[in-house]
Each structure stands twice: as structure tokens, then as C-alpha cells.
Design a protein around this ligand. Structure first.
Ligand code: PAF
Length: 294
């Protein structure tokens, strides 16, 4: 398949290398300097160099699938930059942490098959042309509109990126991931600690309070869960990614804008619509907004 990957961050580069390795024709579209070659370190520590066509409008127009891997707050700008080049049948798959971009996507690209991919694969990009695969986790793919109901695409991702499952309701998976991100990301960013530190007893009360608020919002959104089940998931991610620094931790560390408005901010927005109070999540949202100014 002819595929354009928009965004050359860690996840975009990881998908680009995996799809190219699986035999697809991958073209990269980036805001900054075009990326033409990437040194990829696999989980086996084997290193391979992949070369790509980059920032070529003709290649973008020829793409059958466009995979948008930018931060949630960059989605609108990315769509505006590429939409006039897209061919009418191009399948658009979006992948980012957090929620809250769907309405804008549906409005901007009403006639394209639209899908969302949420992944727990881990990748690090220590340098511009270097990408390291740090963890294998499942990817879930699902439709955002009727034209996006293309379950066969899960097989394409499964073959290229490791375990990928089709989801009849992708929002169920997005809420699960949002819960994990609301609990782990702001705390690890404010404390500047690795994910594993949150297993310490000093954080237990705060994690439970966050999960109670998240469960109450999920319930009203039609995705009922229990505090116990959320805590089990959050603690297992903390354990599985103990040595990792969360994406928000890295954003604060490098004085970059974070995805807080699409993580805790999205939860707060939904809570507000249901007249629910989420003071613990709000306090973390406010603290991160303050730290972003520093
Ligand atoms: O944003 C992140 O860093 C990741 O989604 C997660 C799961 C919190 C692991 O670091």
C-alpha cells in the first residue's frame, strides 16, 4: 500500500519503519527538516537503516492511506496542511495520546474514511535520525465514521506492527487509555519521576482519588468501570513501564507544550457536561498549565 506518515515523532517514525519493513511504500511528511533516512533499533537490538521519500506533495496525493501521528494539539494544523493534497479516497488514520480531536476531524474530512489507532508500543527518538523500539504492546484500530468501518486494516497493522485488533467501538479503548494517562502523566511530569515511582505508597491515595473521578465520568459517558479495575490497570502500566518517563514528563522536562488539555482537560470537559466534580484531576490540570509557562 502507498502510505504517508504525517509527523516524525517517536510513534510516527516507529510506524513508518514497521510499515516499510512489511513491504509498504512509505512516504514521510514532517513540519521540520525532511527525514529521509532513519536508523531503527528493533527490540532484538538489531539495527536497520530505512530510507524514505519525504515532504513530496505528489507522493502525498498518491497515498492510499495517511497515518497522522502528531500530538493532539497539532492535529488541526496537520490536517489543514495536507487536506488539499489528499486524493478523494485516501483513508485517514489518526493516532495520538488523549481525546477530543474527533469532532474537528469529522468536520475537516467529512468524505474520507476516518479511523483512530491507539497503541501501547513504546519508542524513543534520542536523535533526529534515530529511533529505538522500546516496548511491544497492542494497537487497537477502529472507525470514527461509517466510511472508516474497514476491519481488514487491522490485519495490515497486525502484520506490520505486531498485535493489532479491530475495535467495534474504539472510544472504549480510548477511555481506557485516557484513564491511564490522567493518572500517570501529570503526576510523573510534576514530580519529574519515572513511571515506576508512582508505585510508592505516598501516591496511592492520590491515584485512588483520580481513578474515582475518572470512573464517575466514564460511567456517565457510557463506559462503566470500577475504581478497582482502573487501579489494577494503572498499577500494571506503572509496573510494566517502571523505567520509562511518561510523554508529559519529557514535555515538561524539555519545556514543550504538553497534551494536558486532551488528557485531564478532556476529562474535566466531560465531567462539566455531566455536572460532575473532579477536583483532583482539575488540580493536576492547573498545576501542569502553570508549569508549561515556566
Ligand atoms: O504517555 C505516555 O507516556 C504513555 O501513554 C504511558 C502509558 C503513560 C507510559 O509512559
Amino acid at each position: 500500500m502507498k502510505i504517508t506518515v504525517v509527523g516524525a515523532g517517536a510513534v510516527g517514525c516507529l510506524f513508518a519503519c514497521q510499515l516499510q519493513e512489511a513491504g509498504h511504500q512509505v512516504h514521510l511528511w514532517t513540519r521540520r527538516t525532511p527525514v529521509t533516512s532513519l536508523s531503527f533499533t528493533a527490540l532484538t537490538e538489531q539495527e536497520t537503516t530505512y530510507t524514505f521519500a519525504s515532504n513530496d506533495p505528489q507522493a502525498l496525493t498518491a497515498s492510499e492511506m495517511v497515518l497522522i501521528c502528531v500530538k493532539a494539539f497539532q492535529v488541526n494544523a496537520a490536517i489543514s496542511a495536507i487536506r488539499h493534497y489528499l486524493n478523494a479516497h485516501a483513508i485517514v488514520v489518526v493516532s495520538h495520546n488523549g481525546m477530543g480531536t474527533t469532532a474537528d476531524l469529522l468536520q475537516a474530512l467529512p468524505h474520507h474514511p476516518l479511523l483512530f489507532a491507539t497503541t501501547s508500543q513504546g519508542a524513543l527518538k534520542p536523535q533526529q535520525a534515530k529511533i529505538i523500539h522500546t516496548g511491544q504492546g497492542p494497537t487497537f484500530l477502529g472507525a470514527l465514521n461509517t466510511a472508516g468501518e474497514q476491519p481488514q486494516l487491522a490485519a495490515l497493522f497486525h502484520q506490520a506492527t505486531g498485535h493489532c485488533e479491530w475495535q467495534a467501538d474504539i472510544h472504549a479503548k480510548l477511555w481506557q487509555k485516557l484513564a491511564i494517562n490522567c493518572a500517570i502523566n501529570p503526576l510523573t511530569a510534576l514530580e519529574q519521576v519515572a513511571n515506576g515511582e508512582l508505585a510508592a505508597s505516598q501516591y496511592r491515595g492520590q491515584l485512588i482519588a483520580l481513578c474515582e473521578e475518572i470512573a464517575s465520568v466514564m460511567d456517565k459517558e457510557g463506559y462503566p468501570t470500577s475504581v478497582e479495575s482502573l487501579m489494577t490497570t494503572v498499577l500494571s502500566v506503572i509496573k510494566a513501564t517502571a523505567a520509562n518517563y511518561s510523554s508529559m514528563n519529557r514535555d515538561i522536562h524539555h519545556h514543550r507544550q504538553t497534551e494536558i488539555d486532551y488528557i485531564s482537560g478532556y476529562l474535566i470537559q466531560c465531567a462539566h457536561q455531566h455536572a460532575l466534580s473532579v477536583p483532583n484531576n482539575k488540580a493536576l490540570w492547573r498545576a501542569i498549565k502553570q508549569r508549561e509557562q515556566v
